[in-house]
Write a protein that binds this ligand. Structure first.
Ligand code: IYR
Length: 236
């Protein structure tokens, strides 16, 4: 074709989809109702705490499934939904995850983290032992898909994967908390072992291990404060 450059060739190879629209189901509310709802939601989220001491009481799988369905409603780059949630309740798999995570954490706390990082963490009282990886009934490893695979096996690009996975993880934590569960965002570093244990391909990267269950009866959490509105926002 005369005048067709590389960019045109790329575009011509791509299947261009026409957008299909549907009416938006939007709940219109009065300002007073909106404010009450905003306050109620903040009060709900203010009771979320990162928990490191779990009870071994079981949590029905369907509650976790609902929370994962909620997480999967998150917005994502080009709506590619570049995530996989590996939901682990099998005690043998949890034990493997604990062994692998503690191996990394031992090195981390023994010095790999460096003095500044360990100092920044010191007020949280964390350490290399991760009993909760076996005690808690559910571990949800959140993977981001670095790329997709088309029907013909070719790689497709994914966009804004870390941002999308981060937003979905926020939805997941909020959904689990709203359901009445305690959570912990655990980030063993590095997390490569999760691919092997969870049977996920190299094209996926583990971002976080969300631990979910009930808190131990005598659970205590670090006394910490959250920044005030003035300290986290500017208004223009
Ligand atoms: N991954 C380690 C260390 C750790 C790092 C950060 I940043 C935290 O906010 C908490 C812990 C651990 O899980 O103990």
């Amino acid at each position: 074709m005369r005048g067709a450059g590389i960019a045109d060739a790329v575009i011509m190879e791509t299947v261009m989809a026409e957008p299909v629209y549907e009416p938006l189901a939007f709940a219109w509310r009065e300002p007073a109702d909106m404010l009450r709802r905003a306050q109620d939601f903040r009060a709900l989220m203010a009771r979320r705490r990162t928990v490191r001491d779990f009870d071994n009481r079981a949590v029905p799988r369907e509650i976790i499934a609902e929370a994962v369905r909620t997480a999967a409603l998150a917005p994502s780059g080009a709506n590619q939904q570049p995530w996989t949630f590996a939901c682990v309740s099998d005690p043998a798999v949890k034990a493997r995850i604990r062994v692998a995570a503690e191996e990394e954490e031992k090195a981390f706390y023994a010095g790999r983290a460096g003095a500044e990082w360990l100092d920044a963490l010191s007020h949280l009282g964390t350490g290399w032992q991760k009993l909760f990886l076996e005690t808690a009934p559910w571990l949800i490893a959140v993977f981001g898909q670095r790329h997709g695979v088309a029907a013909d096996g070719r790689r497709t690009k994914h966009y804004y994967v870390p941002e999308s996975v981060g937003i979905a993880t926020g939805f997941l934590i909020a959904a689990l908390h709203n359901a009445g569960l305690a959570t912990l965002t655990h980030t063993p570093s590095p997390m490569g072992f999760l691919n092997e244990i969870c049977g996920r391909p190299e094209s996926e990267k583990a971002y976080v291990l969300v631990v979910a269950g009930f808190p131990a009866r005598d659970c205590r959490v670090p006394k910490i404060a959250k920044k005030a509105l003035d300290d986290v926002s500017v208004w223009l």
